[in-house]
Each structure stands twice: as C-alpha cells, then as structure tokens.
Design a protein around this ligand. Structure first.
Ligand code: SF4
Length: 328
C-alpha cells in the first residue's frame, strides 16, 4: 500500500502535495522587489509580472510596486526590476538608454539557459528551443541569439524544424515545461535529427520537475486535483495536465479558494491539492480551510522531495544594501 492509499477516517480526505508552491527563484524575485521598495522607496517599477501570480502582484502593488509591460513606460532615471522569467539583452540596452537603474531578478536557473544559448550560438550551432510561443522566458532566451534559435512548441512543432547542418544541432528548453511532453518532443526531434545534442544539464528546473513528480504520485488516488496558480503560470498549468495524464479523474486551476466550484467536490472522496512555483502557501491554506468546511478535514501530506535550495539577491541590489548599511 502506498502512502497515498491509506484510508481516510471521514471518507473524505485531502492528499496535499509536497514540494509545492514557492521555488527558490520566485522567492528571490519577490524579495528583490520588497527589498528594493525598502531601500529606494516607492515607487519601484517592475517590467512584466515579477512572477506569474495574481495575488503576489496585487500584494506588491499595494506596497508601491508599479508593473509595466516595457521600459518605455518607466520614467527616465527610475528604478526598474526585471522579472524572474528573464529578459533579452536588448531590454538591458533599452534600460541603459533611458538611464534606468535596472535590477535583474531573473532566476539563476533561467540565466543558466541563457548562458547555454550564448555558448552554443558562439560555436555556430542551430539551437532548437523547446517552449511555449510568446512566453516571456522563451522571448528572453531567444533574444540571446535570435539568428541561431528556433522555437519548437511541443511535439507538433517538430515537423516545422529546419537546420543548416544536422551534425551541429542542440536542443534547450524553457524551465517550466512538462517533463514527459518534453521527452516526447526530444524523441521526435531525434527521429529527424539523430545527432541532436542535449543540453549539458537539465533545463527544466528542479522545482518544476519536483512539483510534477509528487502530483504524479497522488493523482491516481484523486477524484479531483486542485492546483493553486494563475492561468499565465506555465508550471501551474502543466500541473493540471500532469495530474490528468497520471490518472486524476478531474483537475482544476484556481487562483483563490472561492473559485472552487462545489460541483467539483460532489461525490469526491479524495481531493489532491498542490500549487505552482509562484504561489505563496497562504493561498493553499485558504484552499484547505475551504475544503475542511465541506468535510475534507483529513489532510495527508505526501512528500517526495526535500527542497533546500536558496538564491542570494541580485548583486546590484546587495551592493546598494551594503552601502546603505555602512552609511547608517
Ligand atoms: S520555476 Fe524554476 S526556473 Fe522558474 S523561477 Fe522557479 S526555480 Fe527558477
């Protein structure tokens, strides 16, 4: 009997996935905006949503952050934070041209993919970037070497790929994809390009794979899996897909507990709960309270990995924090 197969005392139970919620990159990005607000004072401009979560964005707005789409919306000389998803080099150049003080909150694991893209482009490889068209991270990574990178948006994108030299091709990926779907895409690419090289290390990050792994573990036992996360959060949307593929009878994405439709719970014995990497745990606790009010009081946490990774704040911010501390 697996952990997830233990019986509930009430007949209604929740299987709570762990790891879930905030990853090291999101934690660092949110802290970056908070520390910038404390150090420089409001307003602090943030290019794009710092992380893809409505609640986080609203909370930071209430503290004095102003979210913009592009650098042109930031007054000359003001402070701008770049989001965890990363930016193309031209965005840094635009910031310089407007004399903006730029703080780069790009997740170091996204930066790692940028470095790989630059290195393979310098060696004149064709780079097949597996990812979702239009996603900010993909736009940023592709911007590192637009002449060398072509996007492959899932297994169906494979047939459109054309390369200059089939002996000199490498694939890279967005950090927040479905692990299984990416393997399928790579397998199809390798059928067409047998000498396709793989990235030096996994581009799909630890947080994405860990959250998918635990969901796969609980999903077969769940009548419904509720994923807390926003619609524009790639890794949250993937968790619903992974849950359904792994055998959950139903799966739903909600930003907030009040979005849970009671009809989803009708006849359900086991509800799985997890959250995307940009979701603070208070939103999951709200969902658990909501479920408890409907009889799902028996909560079992299923743990498949212990995450301890943390990232330090961006250098440019740390430098200013240190200088301010020395002046005080
Ligand atoms: S999901 Fe992964 S790549 Fe994205 S911010 Fe979190 S740790 Fe970084």
């Amino acid at each position: 009997m697996t952990q997830a197969e233990t019986t509930s005392r009430t007949g209604k139970r929740v299987l709570l996935a762990k790891p879930r919620g905030y990853c090291a990159g999101v934690d660092r990005a949110v802290q970056t905006v908070e520390e910038a607000l404390k150090l420089y004072g409001a307003p602090i401009y943030v290019r794009k949503q710092i992380v893809h979560n409505k609640h986080v964005v609203r909370t930071l707005e209430a503290k004095g952050a102003i979210f913009v789409e592009e650098n042109e919306e930031v007054p000359e000389g003001a402070t701008v934070v770049f989001s965890a998803h990363g930016v193309a080099p031209e965005v840094h150049e635009q910031a310089k041209a407007r004399s903006l003080k730029a703080i780069d909150a790009t997740c170091p694991l996204v930066t790692k993919v940028h470095q790989e893209a630059k290195r393979f482009a310098a060696e004149d490889y064709d780079i097949l970037l597996i990812g979702h068209e239009g996603h900010e991270e993909v736009v940023g990574t592709a911007g590192e070497a637009p002449a060398h990178i072509q996007l492959v948006d899932g297994p169906d994108g494979v047939d459109k790929v054309t390369v200059r030299d089939p002996n000199k091709v490498v694939w890279l990926s967005q950090t927040t994809l479905s692990v299984d779907e990416t393997l399928e895409t790579v397998a199809r690419l390798k059928q067409r390009l047998p000498l396709l090289q793989s990235p030096p290390s996994d581009d799909i990050c630890y947080a994405t794979s860990n959250r998918q792994h635990v969901v796969k573990e609980i999903a077969p036992d769940c009548d419904v899996v509720i994923v807390v996360g926003s619609r524009n959060s790639s890794n949250s949307v993937r968790l619903v897909e992974v849950a359904l593929d792994a055998g959950a009878r139903a799966g739903h994405l909600v930003d907030f507990a009040h979005e849970i439709d009671d009809a989803w719970l009708t006849g359900a014995g086991t509800v799985g709960v997890t959250s995307g990497a940009s979701v603070p745990d208070e939103l999951v606790q709200d969902v658990l309270a909501h479920l408890a009010e409907r009889g799902f009081t028996d909560v079992e946490e299923i743990t498949t990995a212990d995450e301890r990774l943390t990232f330090s704040l961006p250098q440019e911010l740390k430098r200013d924090m240190k200088a301010a501390a020395e002046r005080a």
